[in-house]
Design a protein. Sequence first.
Length: 353
Amino acid sequence: MPVLIACAALLAAATLEAQQPPQKAPQQSQKKVPPKAGTIGTPVIVAPETMKPGEYIWQPQTSPRGPMVMIVSLPQQIAYVYRNGVLIGATTVSTGKKGKETPTGVFTILQKHADHYSSIYNSAPMPYMQRLTWSGIAIHAGKLPGYPASMGCVRIPYDFAELLFAQTSTGITVVVSDEKSFPVNVSNPGLFAPVGTKGELANAPQRGGKHYTWEPELATDGPISILVSGADRSIRVFRSGEQIGWSAFTLADPNRKLKFRTFMALEEPGSAGGVGSVKRWQAVSTDAAETSVTTAELLQGVQVPAEFRAHLRGVIVPGTSLMVVQMAATPETTGVDFTVMTADQPVKPKAVK
């Protein structure tokens, strides 16, 4: 009986626990920074909530394709960047100080300018500016003292601002959240996007007595990304930024801990590259060179509902990305409702603060 390709989504098991060289953070930029550009930034690989001021995480290979959405958590002073529903980056921020608070709501990037200067505050440099409102709120590189200190904008480290600027486009959604107006899973998000590509609350799977859900009608086309959480014992499947499937899983060894790994599905030599052609997965999440592994190796010790495996087999194709982590994918959630707010209408632009 052929190996069920879909199970690769669950990859955990022995291959993930093999001893691997410690993962290294990306090298920090050595370029010259314009005067007064603020905090350069320090790349790290840690849980986002443990980052210190100026630190950031950037792992775009985790989900290389698909729509992007960004969440700025005011209480955490952290911004989260998701692509195709999966976290690819996070950074510490400094938002508006008392009396100049950054407004909450759901916005879109209206304008981008890599070499922007303020016409209000003595031509202060605002490198890699991404405008959220025509009335003066933007994301840009700046100083991060460890607390809200801006005049309303969202300051991020210089290096992270450059990396983010290269990946975004006008029109993507940015949610600025707090604990008063948003559910806790939005004000304190996790490894997968708690909102959709338009800022609406994502549909969380209701476990109840079921062990999996499968709703492919939520997104019928686009790239597939898969997130496996060892702490949650769960798999989430995303297509075009929408969660289309969820399943619980168990491990033959319940004490096994999963190590952080990102994999990309490879095309089987001689195949047409369609569904069913995936037999190997290439690890792409570390600096050290790693050989590809077979689907069978990734499946060792993993147990999931057969129905879910069958559904998943029908969507995995070469290029599908898969992230495996031990940490929990999401915090505790509540049922708080919130209103989706849009950015200002494009009237005559005012200077960005």
